[in-house]
Design a binder for this molecule. Structure first.
Ligand SMILES: NC(=O)c1ccc[n+]([C@@H]2O[C@H](COP(=O)([O-])OP(=O)(O)OC[C@H]3O[C@@H](n4cnc5c(N)ncnc54)[C@H](OP(=O)(O)O)[C@@H]3O)[C@@H](O)[C@H]2O)c1
Length: 414
């Protein structure tokens, strides 16, 4: 079996004038970059036992980094049913590591899926890319705080359900899964049994119904003790390729008032009004600091910046629109991108970041009617997509707030 990249061969010797430690760190960083760049092509070791599958990528480590050359597992993934657990290298392997950060080890995709490289964007992005190799201090706090609260819409299936699952695994806080009919959301109900109802709340939410939004907001305020650290606006509609809905419309002749209105209602008006309901729960550092405010807490506990994540689509980019078609969906996502940028300006004062994300064509009900001509590597397993999206949110900082990004962290033009 091929052993993939051989790290010694690819790393040039560093100057002898630098200290041993600096040399070592430089070489380590170059190796890390090399592994990251080649991650998808690394050979895998797969071991199954019962319902568990361990899937690990392998590299050959040189004598300099480890005591002697040999094979090492870079990262392993355990998959059990719908649950994915990441396993870091063994303690003995970690003992030889000279750096403290293990962030890069957890950015592995699921299984051995190799995504096609993201296409470039037509137009000029005005935001900088998100570097996925580092976790922000805010995300470290958010993910390890058992009192932190994440709310996800469209949580009963597709991308939303996977966000809930991965958040349960990757964070210690509470998760609120919002969907139209929690009473029939079997997977969510099973997750709630596994994780407990103090960790996962199921809340009924219809984004086209103001009453439903007000009721859901009350329930969440109670469950979360008035706190929200991350709001994932995932729910959205596209149509079924014209079978039973006019959407997505290929030509102006297919434009239909009620479908147009529904698309705008679910994809942009809904998320914006839902964010309005949730806004009082989002982090408000300035309020906490104001001495004259009698509700203000003088000794504020450490709390990370909050995030609003809007699931958008690159077809919402006007400068990137080289094909036409999909009128109402495109327009709804364009408006959502504008809303994201506008919110980012407003929420800056209260240290809440906003980001619009393009997940890539992901294997869910929404994309099913359009998958036939998708090229190899361009139809993403939902686990891969969501792992990438969470990595982006965990790596973003204030400078990215308001931007539109693809699944790889690349800034897209508006
Ligand atoms: N999948 C892709 O390839 C792709 C690509 C680009 C962007 N996106 C975006 O990613 C997001 C998630 O897509 P997905 O692929 O996960 O779609 P999906 O599998 O079709 O799921 C859509 C979700 O939205 C919910 N929803 C629809 N109308 C709603 C309403 N009025 N109120 C509350 N929830 C409602 C659905 O709930 P019900 O089960 O009750 O209908 C469902 O949970 C969408 O915003 C989509 O535009 C997806």
């Amino acid at each position: 079996m091929s052993l993939g990249i051989e790290l010694n061969k690819n790393i040039p010797e560093t100057s002898s004038s630098t200290s041993d430690e600096t040399n070592h760190m430089n070489q380590h960083n170059q190796r890390k970059e090399l592994i990251d760049a080649n991650y998808h092509t690394l050979p895998r070791l797969q071991v199954s036992a019962g319902r568990y599958i361990m899937n690990a990528a392998m590299v050959r480590y040189p004598a300099l980094l480890w005591k002697r050359p040999g094979l090492a597992l870079t990262t392993a993934t355990l998959v059990r049913g719908l649950t994915t657990v990441r396993v870091l290298p063994t303690t003995s392997v970690q003992q030889h590591r000279r750096v403290t950060s293990t962030r890069w080890l957890s950015t592995s995709p699921v299984e051995s899926f190799v995504p096609a490289p993201p296409p470039g964007t037509a137009g000029t992005p005005i935001f900088s890319d998100v570097d996925l190799t580092s976790t922000s201090a805010d995300a470290e706090l958010r993910n390890t705080d058992p009192n932190a609260v994440v709310c996800v819409t469209g949580a009963n299936r597709g991308i939303g359900l996977q966000v809930v699952q991965q958040m349960l695994e990757r964070t210690k806080g509470k998760i609120v899964a919002c969907c139209r009919q929690p009473q029939t959301a079997k997977v969510l109900q099973d997750l709630q049994k596994d994780y407990g109802s103090d960790r996962l709340a199921l809340v009924a939410l219809d984004l086209q119904d103001d009453e439903s939004m007000k009721k859901a907001a009350k329930e969440i305020t109670q469950f979360s003790n008035g706190r929200l650290d991350a709001l994932w606006n995932v729910a959205g509609i596209l149509g079924d390729g014209g079978k039973t809905t006019p959407g997505p419309e290929r030509s102006i002749s297919q434009m239909d008032r009620s479908w147009f209105e529904q698309t705008m209602a679910v994809n942009v008006i809904g998320p914006v009004l839902w964010t309005k309901e949730m806004a009082p729960l989002l982090w408000h550092r300035t309020k906490r600091k104001r001495k004259t405010d009698k509700d203000a807490v003088t000794e504020a506990p450490p709390r990370p910046a909050a995030v609003v994540v809007n699931l958008s689509a690159r077809v919402g980019s006007i400068s990137d629109n080289g094909l036409g078609g999909w009128y109402s969906y495109r327009m709804s996502k364009t408006a959502l991108n504008q809303a994201t940028r506008t919110m980012a300006h407003e929420f800056k004062r209260q240290e809440t970041y906003c980001i619009a994300l393009h997940p890539g064509t992901t294997n869910t009900d929404l994309s099913k009617p359009f998958q036939a001509n998708v090229k190899e590597g361009s139809l993403f397993p939902v686990e891969f997509t969501v792992s990438q999206l969470i990595n982006i949110v965990d790596s973003m900082t204030a400078e990215h707030s308001g931007g539109l990004y693809d699944w790889s962290g690349k800034a897209l033009s508006f």
